[in-house]
Write a protein that binds this ligand. Structure first.
Ligand SMILES: Cc1cc2nc3c(=O)[nH]c(=O)nc-3n(C[C@H](O)[C@H](O)[C@H](O)COP(=O)(O)OP(=O)(O)OC[C@H]3O[C@@H](n4cnc5c(N)ncnc54)[C@H](O)[C@@H]3O)c2cc1C
Length: 462
């Protein structure tokens, strides 16, 4: 492709900014990043409180975050944040140690069985499901793998046939059942459902296992995790500062028209002409959102195939509160509440995070889900109240809510559309209307998978 083409990138989150970085590294310097907000980072949002940054969005990474590491190297920064630690409570607020056999004599047989099943899952992922962990979802529904290996930082392209991969279209609980590893869900649920990525009876195994591949899940178990002192937003602020063309903030895109091989973008009332456009912002949002965010099909001259495919996308209603507590009510550590990660406890507090252990004058952040595909969506205010009540039950009542958001989270498709080849159909459309689709739905809703997908998009098409 001609290195001088004019490329518009919609969105200044991890996917959009890293698309800029990888384009620049490959010699494409004529790119423009348009960001609707007055800040970069998207769901990596780290506001300041009492002189320190806390996390409203992304919190952590693992050592296999190779694309995030590319960004760190590009900017000369590192993961220098507070060490994460956690404990567990039951739904009544009592501290428990669910994985400690000595504290759970009656559960010893189950814990031993679980350990065996974790080992078995590790083995079958390497053998029966060879190719499961490449970034993105190309070929999975047809029993193929085609992507960039995540086994090491080189991320070389690999591809092959493996009909067993079709099992990844099943909801994760079903995938575990057919493989006789049901109890592994007790481990995977911690960094999955409580992190807002939905419930195991509704989410295709492909999402669960591409994000929580065996190694990554073990890093969570061993708390071998990365954080950033100035917050995850700092990674993307730094990247933005190091790009030749930082994102243009406060850009309202009114209209995008693609005709005669050109892309005409009306931004803040002015028409700008580009040759190609990369969309990292939401492709489709099924409902009206209070924050005014819209899916691309609403402001693009969306074609029938785009509308038909993107209308299958749903997302999680994941709510975050940042609360103050009185010093005597401050939790000593972060807590996971496994009992609240079940669908019948929708809307309850699943995890709360104490980021700074050396002080009690910082905020605690809380996390809850309020939608499952088969149940009524719990209204925002109702869920907010449930979470505040739960904090009282946990003996860590909030004195004040200082920040909150209900975020457009983890866009995905469900098993039927996944199995019907949704990803292969969308991948076949890459470039068709001088348009490329990236961001969370194309890989997974975490910083690294989205940045990695942008890297691959640039490798494959530019
Ligand atoms: C509470 C929470 C906890 C999380 N924890 C983690 C974690 O621990 N680790 C991890 O790796 N990830 C975590 N994530 C997920 C991670 O933050 C996201 O997956 C990642 O930010 C996705 O990057 P993105 O660029 O695809 O999308 P986003 O971050 O959503 O960025 C999209 C950008 O596009 C902009 N935009 C939207 N519409 C338009 C438009 N019309 N025009 C121009 N710009 C537009 C948005 O304002 C935004 O800046 C968490 C997220 C949340 C909310």
């Amino acid at each position: 492709m001609d290195k001088n083409i004019r490329i518009c990138i919609v969105g200044g989150g991890p996917a959009g900014l890293s698309a800029g970085m990888y384009l620049e590294k490959k010699g494409y310097e004529n790119y423009t990043i348009l960001e609707r907000l007055d800040r970069v980072g998207g769901k990596c949002w780290s506001p300041t409180y009492n002189g320190r940054r806390y996390e409203m969005g992304a919190i952590m990474g693992v050592p296999s975050y190779y694309a995030v590491h590319d960004v760190e190297e590009f900017c000369g920064i590192t993961h220098d944040g507070p060490k994460l630690n956690r404990n567990y409570k039951n739904k009544n607020g009592d501290v428990i140690e669910p994985f400690e056999p000595k504290k759970n004599i009656l559960k010893i047989p189950r814990l031993l069985k679980m350990k065996k099943q974790v080992k078995k899952l590790g083995e079958i992922l390497e053998t029966k499901y060879k190719g499961y962990d490449v970034n993105g979802h190309r070929g999975v529904a047809e029993g193929r793998y085609d992507g960039f290996s995540q086994a090491n930082a080189k991320r070389e392209p690999i591809s092959g046939t493996n009909p067993n991969l079709k099992d990844l279209c099943l909801p994760f609980n079903e995938f575990c059942r057919i493989n006789g590893v049901e109890l592994t869900q007790d481990i995977w649920i911690g960094p999955y459902t409580s992190f807002g990525y939905g419930y195991f009876d509704e989410i295709p195994a492909a999402y669960v296992l591409k994000y929580l591949d065996f190694q990554t899940c073990m890093n969570f178990v061993k708390v071998n995790l990365w954080t950033w002192k100035n917050g995850t937003q700092y990674i993307w602020e730094q990247l933005n500062d190091h790009l030749k063309h930082p994102a243009r903030l406060n850009s309202t895109i009114d209209k995008v028209e693609r005709k005669d091989g050109k892309v005409l973008v009306t931004v803040n009332g002015q028409v700008e002409e580009y040759d190609k456009i990369i969309v990292t912002a939401p492709l489709y949002i099924p409902n009206k959102r209070a924050d005014g965010q819209k899916g691309m099909v609403e402001y693009f001259d969306a074609r029938e195939d785009e509308k038909a495919l993107f209308s299958k996308i749903d997302y999680e209603r994941y709510d975050v509160l940042a609360v103050e507590t009185k010093p005597e009510d401050h939790p000593e550590i972060s807590y996971y509440v496994f009992e609240n990660m079940q669908k019948d406890r929708l809307g309850h507090l699943m995890v709360y995070y104490r980021r700074w252990k050396d002080t009690k004058d910082q905020v605690i952040t809380t996390y809850a889900l309020r939608k499952h595909k088969d149940t009524r969506e719990i209204p925002y205010e109702e869920c907010r109240q449930m979470v505040l009540d739960d904090l009282k039950t946990m003996h860590n009542p909030a004195s004040n809510v200082i920040n909150e958001w209900s975020v457009y989270y983890f866009p995905h498709v469900f098993s039927k559309d996944y199995a019907d080849g949704w990803y292969d159909k969308v991948e076949a459309m890459q470039g068709k209307y001088d348009t490329y689709y990236a961001g969370e739905v194309m890989s997974f809703g975490d910083m690294d998978e989205t940045a990695e997908y942008s890297r691959e998009l640039v490798e494959r098409f530019f």
